[in-house]
Design a protein around this ligand. Structure first.
Ligand SMILES: Cc1ncc(COP(=O)(O)O)c(C=O)c1O
Length: 396
């Protein structure tokens, strides 16, 4: 059977591929340290689980409104007002089956054939595929380690063409952990406001932010930017709720309506029980988030220090998310276990086979001179894994 071009052009997620390979080795009894995880290693907080159990017992097991229950959209609107200084009406909020689904809906309703979407790189892998699925052309705007993996206003200005439809920003970033400051966002916002292009601002790592760094939503900077921006967020990362599949978007009313209409003909509402749990996540006790953040900081600091002590490795200290993105440019062209290492993909292959450590090569994010390590794993694993990486790199 002949598949449609749309289906044949999808590249499977390389992050999930590495994760699957590592898990298979683990299942076969190999002691693999997996730095590939894109999810917190903590369990969902008890108060949230209890809210879900109560929802089941209270019979919240039916369809809900497509865009989410009134109660959840109210909790989301309150969260935007409290945390981001953004006022949205319920009709401007759409709850979906994870932030990935919210992003998919946004690209589908905003983009079409001939449109360009500016993606700063390193980018989260699914943006690229979702842009293509919407028929648009990704325009990659690389940002290097020297600028902390952030693009400048000049670079943005040069990338804008009459065909530019959307600019994507992800702060804190997956894979780099980079966080744009208020000033940096304002400078980008100036250009975006003048050009009038739509903005998709993925803020899923908002709560996982360190060193007193402030999370700023670009939508909160001016009324015009609010009008132009689709803000994406969700409970997966901040509340260790990846399996529950609740993400949400806030946008100008016509955009939100289009996203809900699209969802109404595809998945309908996200799970009713998970929606009840998400209300507790957003409106309930936040202590568990603070505890996670405290652990993530310790792990990040340890990792950055260890990596920078390894010859040929340069690692920035990220302000958010739970990833580090070390660069290995100085190691490229060297040999490791009889294989010439031309890029991070080569290194990731040898690392898994020989050192039994799973890392994600930067190719997945548009920069294969770096690799991504997730610190959403125990300190014990981090220590053993870094010892193994150090030993392997020591042979190069
Ligand atoms: C930058 C970014 N956006 C969105 C998502 C998707 O989140 P969710 O699990 O809510 O679909 C992820 C998950 O890896 C992510 O890293």
């Amino acid at each position: 059977m002949q598949l449609a071009d749309r289906a044949r052009n999808i590249n499977p997620s390389p992050t999930l591929t590495i994760d699957a390979k590592a898990k298979k080795m683990i299942a076969n009894g190999v002691n693999v340290i997996n730095f590939g995880a894109g999810e917190p290693d903590f369990d969902t907080p008890v108060n949230i689980k209890k809210a879900a159990v109560a929802a089941v017992n209270e019979g919240m097991t039916k369809y809900t409104p497509v865009a989410g229950t009134e109660a959840l959209r109210k909790a989301i609107a309150e969260k935007f007002a409290r945390d981001n200084g953004l006022e949205y009406a319920a009709g401007q909020i759409v709850v979906s089956a994870g932030a990935k689904h919210s992003l998919y809906n946004a690209f589908q309703v905003l983009c079409q054939e001939g449109d360009e979407v500016i993606l700063p790189a390193p980018y989260w892998v699914s943006y690229l595929e979702q842009v293509k699925l919407a028929g648009a052309k990704p325009v990659i705007l690389p940002a290097g380690l020297e600028n902390n993996f952030k693009i400048t206003p000049e670079e943005l200005e040069q990338a804008v063409t009459p065909r530019t439809k959307v600019f994507v920003i992800n702060s804190p970033s997956n894979p780099t952990g980079a966080v744009y400051t208020r000033g940096e966002l304002a400078a980008l916002g100036n250009i975006l406001e003048k050009s009038g292009i739509a903005i998709i601002s993925d803020e899923i790592y908002e709560k996982l932010i360190y060193d007193g760094v402030e999370h700023v939503s670009i939508a909160s900077l001016t009324p015009a930017l609010k009008e132009q921006t689709v803000v994406i967020n969700g409970v997966s990362k901040s509340y260790a709720m990846t399996g529950w599949r609740i993400g949400y978007a806030a946008a100008a009313a016509p955009v939100a309506k289009a996203m809900a209409d699209l969802q109404g003909h595809s998945t309908s509402n996200p799970t009713s029980i998970a929606q009840a749990a998400a209300i507790e996540a957003l409106a309930g006790e936040q202590q568990a988030v603070h505890e996670m953040v405290a652990q993530f900081v310790r792990r990040r600091d340890y990792m950055v220090e260890r990596l920078n002590a390894m010859p040929g490795v340069v690692c920035n200290r990220p302000g958010g998310a739970f990833y580090v993105f070390p660069e290995i440019r100085q190691l490229l062209g060297k040999w490791c276990d009889g294989k010439k290492i031309e890029n991070a993909t080569d290194l990731a292959g040898v690392m898994l086979e020989k050192a039994h450590v799973a890392i994600v090569p930067g190719i997945a994010f548009g920069d294969d001179s770096c690799f991504r390590l997730s610190y959403a794993t125990s300190m014990e694993n981090i220590k053993v894994g870094l010892d193994r990486i150090e030993n392997l790199l020591g042979t190069m």
